[in-house]
Design a protein. Sequence first.
Length: 115
Amino acid sequence: VQLVESGGGLVQPGGSLRLSCAASGFTFSSYRMRWYRQAPGKERELVAAINSGGGSTTYADSVKGRFTISRDNSKNTVYLQMNSLKPEDTAVYYCNAVLSSRDYWGQGTQVTVSS
């Protein structure tokens, strides 16, 4: 099982990034997918989630209207489009796959928002 995040980097406030998470080794289309983030000295927090079919999404209040989660089950990939980025969005972003008791995590990708 692998979840590999990509797309992180350094961006100025107000800028955009698109994170990707490529999955392998399990039936991706059956799993609910989530993006979490963890900033230095803070607990890991749920940013966005999408159901297995892609028709239902939820967001943390702090990112509503700015971030969009999506998935392409034909490519076994989930995305996080991040717009209007703020310095407080700086964190390591993790991809998570969940189905019943099965719970898989990626290694994370760093997002830094700074001028």
